[in-house]
Design a protein around this ligand. Structure first.
Ligand SMILES: Nc1nc2c(ncn2[C@@H]2O[C@H](COP(=O)(O)OP(=O)(O)OP(=O)(O)O)[C@@H](O)[C@H]2O)c(=O)[nH]1
Ligand SMILES: C[C@H](OP(=O)(O)O)C(=O)O
Length: 224
């Protein structure tokens, strides 16, 4: 299946600005993108990155076969428009999936569950009501991101007569938006992943205190 991966290349991950500098946010966002692309390719699919600005895929330090399977298009339209331009439009069109670039915990198995769901629209919701990933096999379904997009997408599916399946997945449900989410990257990131390695290079580590876990940097508390 064609898997679109939207990427905000210029000032990514602004909600992490209290803990990461602009250059670090850029590096971290690219590391998560590399991990997501690798998971998609390992699941047997070809990722199509749709970036707001030119991007050097070679600098993402991905395995050769992942880079070879990945295509890149620059599209500076807002997220919803850029995605809708790529969804199936006619009855015979192939299905299309959309997987966000900040799903640092995504694995091939978790993606496969979404990509093989039988419904016209399959959605992996994020905590808080976002739409972290979806697969669309219906010519009339369109996205409307931001806010409570998961509920909005359920409503849109109903309106166009598309069947819908919600995919219950911790790994796809965890998008990395806020400082507290860095804990999840350090706890659940896999050995071969770039994102946890980059956080550790920045000096982040897990610290247990009072029964809770925090991502701390240089000894100081940063993200609980
Ligand atoms: N192509 C494209 N991708 C986008 C755009 N905005 C966000 N994205 C991507 O969509 C996914 C979800 O993004 P968000 O978490 O909402 O935004 P973000 O820019 O990553 O982070 P914040 O600045 O903290 O909101 C990520 O993969 C982003 O890279 C956009 O306008 N165009
Ligand atoms: C892409 C968007 O992300 P959020 O703004 O909720 O992080 C959404 O999931 O609708």
């Amino acid at each position: 299946m064609r898997v679109v991966v939207p990427f905000a290349a210029e000032t990514p991950k602004t909600r992490l600005e209290s803990v990461l500098s602009p250059a670090e946010r850029s590096q971290f966002a690219r590391a998560m993108l590399a991990d997501v692309l690798r998971a998609i390719v390992r699941a047997g699919h070809e990722p199509a990155v749709v970036s707001t600005a030119p991007l050097d895929l070679g600098a993402l330090e991905m395995p050769g076969e992942v880079a070879a399977a990945t295509s890149l298009t620059v599209d500076d339209r807002p997220l919803t428009e850029a995605v809708n331009a790529r969804l199936p439009a006619d009855a015979g069109d192939d299905p299309v999936a959309v997987v966000m670039a900040d799903l640092a915990l995504a694995t091939p198995d978790a993606l496969e569950e979404l990509l093989t769901a039988g419904a016209d629209v399959a959605i992996a919701p994020g905590r808080g009501g976002g739409t972290n990933a979806l697969a669309v096999d219906h010519p009339d379904f369109r996205v409307d991101y931001h806010g409570l997009s998961y509920l909005d997408h359920r409503g849109i599916a109903r309106e166009v007569g598309a069947t819908l399946e919600a995919v219950d997945s911790f790994r796809l449900g965890t998008d990395i938006d806020e400082p507290a989410d860095l804990v999840e990257v350090l706890v659940h990131g896999r050995e071969s992943d770039r994102a946890p390695a980059v956080l550790r290079e920045f000096g982040f580590e897990l610290e247990r205190r009072d029964g809770r876990v925090a991502a701390v940097r240089d000894g100081g508390p940063t993200a609980e």
